[in-house]
Write a protein that binds this ligand. Structure first.
Ligand code: SF4
Length: 200
């Protein structure tokens, strides 16, 4: 069988809600099914990134929920930077080997993995999580252009649309040959997919 060379990089808890802080796994007990189903249906490899909050000394597996400012003072940025560096190196290796990374998929409202939205109590505001900031920094440093999608578990219709847009965009690029090509150590690869923020 021919191996699929398409992949997405997922926040750890999209495949394992067990690592979420206490009380936050409200919508799915295990994996976030729509994301997994999308990957299964389209033969997309699921690359699971480590969970920064679980690995951070101030976090761990039995942690209470905390916000970005709390974690900023307690080492999450350092933990995130280490993970981001390794993940970006892996992405670079995959791209070099001819794989296509369709997207990084993170978890909205997480102080580590939010892509576009965080919250303070009921107030929602635009910001990125610490890990996603560090990952973006590493990708920029390596000139890898990969879109980020944030999963809001209450916004499943939007999620479905965003995931399918990834495939539409890929198809369009294949048909038209359009899009910005980036140089990756002598090889040209096309990673011009747009960022997909979720609007509330
Ligand atoms: S830090 Fe990221 S991977 Fe870990 S539980 Fe929070 S959102 Fe999920």
């Amino acid at each position: 069988m021919k191996r699929s060379r398409r992949c997405v990089f997922l926040s750890h808890c999209l495949l394992a809600q067990a690592v979420r802080a206490k009380g936050l796994a409200k919508y799915f007990a295990g994996a976030v099914k729509p994301v997994v189903q999308f990957c299964l249906d389209n033969d997309i490899n699921m690359m699971q990134m480590p969970c920064p909050e679980s690995l951070c000394a101030a976090g761990g597996l039995e942690r209470e929920p905390h916000g970005k400012a709390w974690y900023e003072k307690r080492g999450l940025r350092e933990t995130s930077a280490e993970i981001a560096s390794r993940q970006a190196a892996y992405m670079h290796e995959l791209v070099e080997a001819g794989f296509e990374i369709l997207a990084v998929i993170g978890m909205e409202f997480s102080p580590a993995c939010a892509v576009t939205y965080l919250n303070k109590g009921p107030r929602i505001y635009r910001d990125r999580g610490i890990f996603m900031e560090e990952l973006q920094r590493e990708l920029d440093r390596r000139q890898l252009k990969i879109p980020f999608i944030g999963v809001g578990q209450r916004w499943l219709k939007k999620l479905d649309r965003q995931l399918n847009e990834l495939l539409d965009d890929e198809l369009t690029r294949l048909k038209t040959g359009s899009g910005e090509a980036i140089e990756c150590e002598g090889r040209k690869r096309d990673f011009s997919l747009p960022v997909h923020p979720i609007d509330v």
